[in-house]
Design a protein around this ligand. Structure first.
Ligand code: FES
Length: 106
């Protein structure tokens, strides 16, 4: 099962087993990770699942679609080139070892 590491805003990391097929958001919330709110439940309508994808992984995931790009304009924390909605990233075996950082505010 792929392992994904989430780094919280204080710099502490937690690595979880994340089933392929789930989103990065689902895996995080299923494990009770704090900082990913996911108010809309994963339909790209709230931007409260914002994460920063580690730069070494950005080219291994599909680019955001227009809906995600629009919603990324509404993030509570600064949007950067590494910003993504974690509900829109589907976990695959290729993402084993991926690292994402949770922003300070959602
Ligand atoms: S959970 Fe709402 S945009 Fe991702």
């Amino acid at each position: 099962m792929p392992k994904i590491t989430y780094i919280n805003p204080q710099g502490h990391s937690q690595t979880i087993d994340a089933p392929a097929g789930q989103s990065l958001m689902q895996a995080a919330t299923n494990h009770g990770l704090k900082g990913i709110v996911a108010e809309c439940g994963g339909s790209a309508m709230c931007a409260t699942c914002h994460v920063y994808v580690d730069a070494s992984w950005t080219d291994k995931i599909p680019a955001p679609n227009s809906t995600e790009l629009e919603m990324l304009e509404c993030t509570a924390s600064e949007r950067t080139s590494q910003s993504r909605l974690s509900c829109q990233i589907r976990i695959t075996s290729d993402l084993d070892g991926m690292v994402v950082t949770i922003p300070p505010a959602q």
